[in-house]
Design a protein around this ligand. Structure first.
Ligand code: ATP
Ligand code: MG
Length: 439
């Protein structure tokens, strides 16, 4: 059979990239924890109607980006989740998670959208997100924004800026929508095909157009802010005051809208110029109407979704550290069939006390030459080789060799090579590794 390739737009994460992903994943976990957010994991497959209802029938995602199919066995309409907010809200309702008060939640995982693959735009991509459920005040809007800022700081990313807007309440948007439809209808000849389609379905999205030919038209369109009421404006002021208080820089972008239907009041995006066209690394805001829309008890909510691949791309560009550095402590080398058996036991003993150990693997129980094993040990990046040959076996000892030539631990173990009793080996290596790490 001819070898298969992966599905277009769906990437493998190879070991060389693992350190970047691990760094991102551990940073998001730590930051979420620092704000009292707890992890939630929902299935990748959901009923299609969760998204058609939850995200809105006329959003780009639902109209053309979903991986939907009919289950062959029972006829259920299913969809690979294109985003996670609808799923989290579904789970919160299904398990009545808000019964004893509001909840701070976070998630990380793959999402699926059938888009045209390009830089920073994949068909399987990953999102880190937070959802603060049951909180109505502007303090929580500010909090989810602070989470983003803290993450950039933790990751050493400085070229990401914050844009902020308010889109008011649904009733206020309805008035603005009528004004927009009237305005764009008057100028229908100037609309592109996308805009014509959106005119009756989602005219607010026309404002988000990337078509340069429509910029003048869009700039002169009725502004949502002129339809936003006093209470909504007070909420927006509250968010801005807290951001100033905590030293978060932002710009107000009156044209910022979100691609999903369920947002209200605060919307925001974190944007970078370092990634070309796909510069939005994180988008979020308030979505107070969603709980009730999905059949739950009404509850205000606020959150964001962050594109992991885009952030990792920034990490890759800014990273000066050698992310390919070694990860194992000890490489075990052995020189006969009986030594190989003992070596396995020795390696297990070292792992039990917490060391990362690679045991040289031999075909057919035959040991490779000492020289070739030592070459592998060197290449593994291990700090020490543990050598078990015939002599060592007879003496119930191993030879420990410091592998890094510039390794000052060599001094602490009295030379580059040292015989150590099997039953003292773990203790000896722990000491050696500790002094290694403290140098
Ligand atoms: P865009 O305007 O780039 O299509 P969006 O509005 O569809 O973004 P959201 O649904 O808000 O994006 O998702 C939140 C974040 O997830 C985005 O800001 C982006 O970083 C990331 N993201 C969205 N779609 C993709 C994709 N196809 N590939 C990689 N990352 C994505
Ligand atoms: Mg999109």
């Amino acid at each position: 059979m001819a070898p298969l390739s992966g599905v277009k737009g769906m990437n493998d994460m190879l070991p060389a990239d693992a350190p970047l992903w691990e760094r991102f994943e551990s940073a998001v976990k730590n930051v979420a924890q620092a704000y009292g957010y707890r992890q939630i994991r929902t299935p990748i497959l959901e009923h299609t109607r969760l998204f058609t209802r939850g995200i809105g029938e006329v959003t780009d995602i639902v109209e053309k980006e979903m991986y939907s199919f009919t289950d062959r066995l029972n006829g259920e309409e299913l969809t690979l989740r294109p985003e996670n907010t609808a799923s989290v809200v579904r789970a919160v309702i299904e398990h009545n998670l808000l019964y004893d008060g509001p909840k701070r939640l976070w998630y990380f995982g793959p999402m699926f959208r059938h888009e045209r693959p390009q830089r920073g735009r994949l068909r399987q991509f990953h999102q880190f997100g937070v959802e603060a459920m049951g909180f109505a005040g502007p303090d929580v809007d500010a909090e989810v924004i602070l989470i983003g800022q803290r993450l950039w700081d933790d990751l050493g990313l400085s070229n990401i800026r914050l844009e902020l807007n308010t889109i008011g309440q649904p009733a206020e948007r309805a008035l603005h929508r009528e004004a927009l439809i009237a305005y764009f209808s008057q100028h229908e000849a100037l609309l592109d095909a996308d805009a014509k389609r959106r005119l009756q379905t989602n005219p607010l999205r026309i404002l988000d157009t990337k078509n340069p030919a429509m910029q003048d038209l869009v700039n002169a369109a009725p502004k949502l802010i002129d339809y936003v009421g006093a209470e909504s404006l007070a909420h927006f002021d509250g968010v801005q005051t807290l951001l100033r208080e905590t030293g978060i820089a932002f710009t107000i972008n009156p044209r910022l809208v979100r691609g999903l239907d369920y947002y209200n009041l605060t919307v925001f995006e974190w944007i970078t110029d370092a990634l070309g066209a796909q510069g939005t690394v994180c988008g979020g805001g308030r979505y107070d109407p969603l709980m009730a829309q999905m059949g739950g008890k009404p509850a205000p909510a606020c959150g964001f979704g962050m594109g992991a691949e885009r952030v990792i791309e920034l990490l890759r560009e800014q990273s000066t550290e050698d992310v390919d550095a070694s990860s194992c402590d000890v490489y075990v080398v052995h020189q006969s069939a009986p030594a190989a058996r003992v070596a396995m036991r020795v390696a297990e003993g070292l792992r039990t006390v917490g060391m990362d150990v690679i045991l040289h693997s031999t075909a057919d129980g035959q040991s490779a030459s000492f020289k070739s094993q030592m070459k592998k040990a060197d290449a593994s990046g291990a700090s020490f080789a543990v050598i078990i040959g015939e002599d060592e076996l007879l003496a119930n000892q191993a030879t420990v060799k410091a592998l890094r030539a510039d390794d000052s631990t060599a001094g602490s173990i009295g030379g580059t090579q040292q015989r150590v009793d099997f039953d003292k080996l773990a203790e000896y290596l722990i000491d050696a590794l500790v002094s290694d790490a403290s140098l």
